[in-house]
Design a protein around this ligand. Structure first.
Ligand code: CA2
Length: 170
């Protein structure tokens, strides 16, 4: 009986006694953060952002896992692999924000709280950056606040996970 409970918990990304697993996805070129174009994207590296998210996640009781890829297919594969194994998701699809129906379709199957993050204020930039294929699918969006936007997104996802749990248990 005990074994069965922990297996089910692991599958949906809920460690025993913990808040669960939150996945952070970073799209193409974000691996270069802090190295190029700091005037647009800031000086913070992706490794630093991921480290901070793990630390804040641990304080909130969540395990935070990050994944970056320059490939649309790899991001879709990672989303599919996460089905049923996480409690929330944060995504900056980078350039795929404006083009990818494949990422949108994969995210639509998850059924967990999701927040879209952009480092820059995409609405102050070229018109082609104003459209996001996932804007209406995600629960919330944070744009233009730089690296701090990810921490805000993490807190928002944790808040939604907890609100969902308390409404399910009442
Ligand atoms: O503002 C954002 O977070 C973006 O998602 C960043 C994408 C851009 O295509 C979106 O329109 C808005 C670009 C990410 C490129 O990242 C770089 C990082 C360092 C140096 C060069 C590119």
């Amino acid at each position: 009986m005990k074994l069965k409970e922990s297996t089910a918990g692991e599958k949906r990304g809920t460690a025993p006694g913990g808040g669960g697993r939150i996945l952070v996805l970073h799209g193409p070129n974000l691996n270069l953060l802090g190295e190029r174009e700091p005037e647009l994207y800031g000086h913070t590296t992706l490794a630093h952002i991921d480290q901070e998210l793990r630390e804040v996640g641990a304080e909130l009781g969540y395990s935070v896992e990050s994944f970056q890829s320059n490939s649309e297919g790899a991001l879709v594969d990672r989303i599919q692999a996460a089905r049923g194994r996480l409690v929330g998701l944060i995504i900056n699809p980078a350039a795929f924000t404006h083009t990818s129906i494949a990422i949108r379709d994969a995210l639509a199957m998850l059924g967990v709280p999701m927040v879209e993050v952009h480092l820059s204020n995409i609405y102050r930039r070229e018109p082609f950056r104003h459209h996001s294929t996932i804007a209406d699918l995600v629960d919330g969006r944070i744009v233009g606040l730089g690296a701090h936007g990810y921490v805000l997104a993490l807190r928002a996802v944790a808040h939604m996970v907890e609100a969902r749990r308390s409404s399910q248990s009442s």
